[in-house]
Every structure is written in C-alpha cells, then in structure tokens.
Design a protein around this ligand. Structure first.
Ligand code: PHE
Length: 368
C-alpha cells in the first residue's frame, strides 16, 4: 500500500530541528537494547534496529538535509554525537560478546586427553586352546609333567614303536596322511601316542607325562569328524602301577573337566600299544542314564559318553624304548579334546569350532 499523496503542503508540519530529548530517548533505547543483547545474534538485531538504515537515528540524520540552513550545524552535532555513542556501545558490546563466545568454545570444545579411550572388544582364546590347557592343568595338579612332540612324525614313532606290525590293519584303520616322499617314512601323526615312546626315550622312568596336541586323519569334515583334531595323551610308568591307578587318574581328569560325581566305566577294546586296552566312558551328565521320554541328545540315549582310549602300556612298547617290563609297568590314555569341549559346552557341531566365527569364540573366552 502506498502512502496517501499529500495534496496540501500547508497541512504538513515544517520539518523542525531534532528535539534533543527525542534523540536522547533514541540513544537510551539503543543502549538498553545493546546492553541486553545476550549474544552476537541478538546484537546483530539491536544494530539493525538502532543503527541500521531505517533506525530512528539514521532517519533523523537523513532529515538534517531538509532543515533550515541555520539549524543544520546544531542538529548535525546532536545527531552525530548520538550516533557516535550508539556505535561505540555497539562495538564495545561486540568485543565483549565475542570474548564470551570464544571462552564458551574453549569450554564446550575442550577435549580431556586424560580420559580413558573407548573400549575395544577383547579377543578371545579358542575354546580348544582353553579346553586343552585346562586338561593339562588337571594333570599338572596331579603332579604330572607336560610334554610336546612333532606333528610331522616318524612312522616308527607313530606305528612301529607302538607295536603296530608292518601290515597291521590298524595302519590302514588310522587312515593316515603320508608325507612325500613315502620312503622318508614320515606321517602326520594320527594320534598323540608317539609321545609315549618319545617321552620314555627322552626322560626315562619313572615317568608321568601328559601331552595335548594336534593330530591328523584323512576324515572328511562333518559334524562329528575333522581331519585335524586334538588329543591329550597321558603316560605313567613306575613300579607297581595297576589299572586301578589308570582308572583313578581318569576319574580325576573327568571330574576336573566335567565337575564332581562323575561315574565312569572301562569297556574292553583293542590297541596294539596297550594290553589290556579299554575305552573309557562316563555316565551322561544330562540324563544320568535314567530313561527319558525321547532319547537324550547328549549321549544318544545310551546313558554313556565315550571319552577316549586307554590301557596298560604293552610290554613290547616298554622294551622298544629300553625299559624293563619286569620292573616297570604303567598305563596310558588318549582323550579327545574336541569331544571334551563339545560335552563341556554343549557344542553339537564340530565345524563350529574350526570356522573361526568370532561370535562363536566370544562365548568361551577365558577360564580361571
Ligand atoms: N591313541 C589312541 C587313539 O588315538 C588312544 C589311546 C591312547 C589308547 C593311549 C590307549 C592308550 O585312539
């Protein structure tokens, strides 16, 4: 909407000299607004309102041009000084507010370099490592030593020293990985039992040695087989050791791994390097052998869990290692580490243990 046109000049008041009180009021208004501007944004508004082109003082300044010549000097001085005060107040407040802002930034954006860094998730040891170490720990607790042996093993240690005939069916039974060239007589050890012979030869008797380690057979990978697996071998040779010692030792090992109150049984079996030989089973700790509505998933309804082979060390093995079987006897056992881990933790598929999925591993972590 445009202003109505002035038609009669006589009605319009002559623009008079600015009134000092009015100017002073403008200055007061401006100084109040400037003083109460809380931040730079607020000050910007106050500047626009009180020092901008359309502010009362700017308008008064512009009006000076239309005054009577004798009034101009006084009006110019009055308005000029007023604008000067306002501008001064503006720049003083500007400086103040900028300083406040800088200080606030220093506080808000401060970084505490002494703070602890964000948490990274911890790595976990593999469940097989933890299980094998725990098995070894139980044996150390019984006063046994821990031994080690090579994964690439001489056929002699893996078979011959352990009383396997050249054409013993067990040599095929074991489904062995032979290392090229065949005449080198090297295999990937099919069990940890070669450590029996090595320990006897290296350490002599009396001997109480356990050896957790990797073993290899040409099995296809499935839920219950893997071509690379682990056993813990144990061999004790001393005067007067009997099968009762074997059983007591295995019961302690089972309790160390599965908790107190384990019931075990020895089932006759055959191994060339032990005589008599047995398979050790323990009572299923889920169904405890009691009849259940549907077959127990842990033991398959048999009430027993097969754990590993064992027996009294065959005299031929002792002789092959230079030990007099008339004086020294002893026992040996070989327990599967995978089976132990599976039963302890309710793992139903072996493949999970070798797939390397960190979500699987993270469930086991550490044991004290
Ligand atoms: N080495 C046997 C196996 O791999 C287990 C075993 C060890 C049996 C020691 C008797 C004595 O099945």
């Amino acid at each position: 909407m445009s202003e109505p046109q002035r038609t009669d000049d006589h009605d319009a008041p002559e623009p008079g000299a600015p009134v000092p009180e009015t100017i002073e009021q403008h200055v007061t208004d401006a100084l109040t607004a400037i003083g109460s501007a809380a931040d730079l944004e607020g000050l910007k508004g106050a500047r626009l309102a009180h020092a901008g082109e359309r502010s009362p003082l700017a308008l008064a300044n512009r009006a000076i041009g239309g005054l009577a010549p004798q009034d101009k000097a006084a009006a110019g001085k009055l308005v000029g000084q007023a604008r000067g005060r306002v501008n001064q107040a503006l720049s003083a407040r500007q400086t103040e507010l900028e300083a406040e802002r800088d200080e606030r930034i220093l506080v808000d954006e401060a970084r505490d370099l002494t703070l602890a860094p964000g948490r990274r998730s911890l790595g976990r040891r593999h469940v097989l490592t933890v299980t094998a170490e725990r098995m070894a720990d139980v044996m150390v607790g019984l006063g046994w030593e821990i031994a080690d042996g090579p994964g690439v093993e001489a056929e002699w240690f893996n078979f011959d020293a352990l009383n396997f005939d050249k054409d013993h069916p067990a040599r095929q039974m074991q489904d062995t990985f032979f290392v090229d060239p065949p005449e080198a007589g090297l295999v990937l050890r099919t069990h940890t039992s070669p450590v029996q012979a090595r320990a006897l030869l290296e350490r002599g008797v009396p001997l109480y040695v356990a050896c957790p380690g990797k073993t290899y057979r040409t099995d296809e990978l499935d839920a219950t087989h893997t071509p690379v697996f682990h056993q813990m071998e144990g061999i004790a040779i001393d005067e007067g050791l009997t099968m009762a010692h074997l059983r007591g030792t295995l019961d302690r090992l089972a309790e160390g791994m599965f908790g107190p109150g384990i019931v075990s049984r020895l089932r006759p079996n055959y191994f060339p390097f032990t005589e008599p030989s047995a398979e050790m089973d323990f009572r299923c700790f889920v169904c405890r052998g009691e009849p259940t509505a549907s077959p127990c998933r842990t033991c398959g309804g048999t009430g027993w869990i097969e754990w590993g082979g064992c027996g009294m060390v065959n005299h031929n093995v002792l002789r092959a290692c230079g030990v007099d079987p008339e004086r020294y006897q002893g026992f040996a056992f070989g327990m599967g580490v995978e089976r132990t881990a599976m039963f302890r933790h309710g793992i139903s598929d072996m493949r999970e243990m070798i797939e390397g999925d960190v979500r699987f591993n993270a469930q086991f972590g550490m044991e004290i």
